[in-house]
Design a binder for this molecule. Sequence first.
Ligand SMILES: [Zn+2]
Length: 258
Amino acid sequence: MKLIDAHVHLSDSEYDKHTDELVTDANNSGVVALVSNSMDLHTSIETLKLTEKHPRLVYAALGIHPWNVSVLQENELEETLKLISETAEKKSVTAIGEIGLDSKYDKIWDKQLMVFDRMLRLAETLNLPVIIHSRGTTAQIVDMLPSYKLKRVLLHWFSYPLGALSQAVSRGYYITEGPPATYSLGIREVIANVPLTNLLTETDGPVKYFKQPFNGQMTKPSFIRAVVEAIAEIKKKPVDEVAEQIAKNFEEFFSIKL
Ligand SMILES: [Zn+2]
């Protein structure tokens, strides 16, 4: 069974000494692809190093997360955009991410909008997929996106509203869901409402999950199996069939052959 972690942060400092352990865990648990998302220039550079160390297992998403907008250094935005363009030429970047808007950081709202716009414009130019964080802003982002010519859009950890979900699906966007699929009624409702062809799995590690069976332990690729099993239960389909479709979705979304 081929399992996919389409959204994780392997370059996060919390994983610092654990990356070898994570790769071993991925191999042992059937996870064949990890899309490592970046938060800023530094983690973008580190993510690229990981893809060189683990080719055909770790794939790079580069960008600036809305949480990092408030601590952007001088020239960091321009340098990150330049890095993405250069790596796109060498085809070592898989997507632009994690980018987006977060309503909890409303004091830096205008700057968030500016950074998000620059990233989306670059995705248009380079014809790269985008991975979007949209806490409290999903409906707004779904309204904004048609003004960009984007190849592929993935809304990560989609939680609400269901109206924006049907709009997103009708435009061919994908969503990712992770460990909360096993215990969150809201996330289970989203999964029930999204076609399996538009769904990918994620851990979003090092984010920790404190409910059973995760119990706050270090988030690892092996968690993906429980997510796939939860999706299979909700969709009333065999686990193998769900895993196979999600692997196909990964290939389709990122234009990568597993
Ligand atoms: Zn993330």
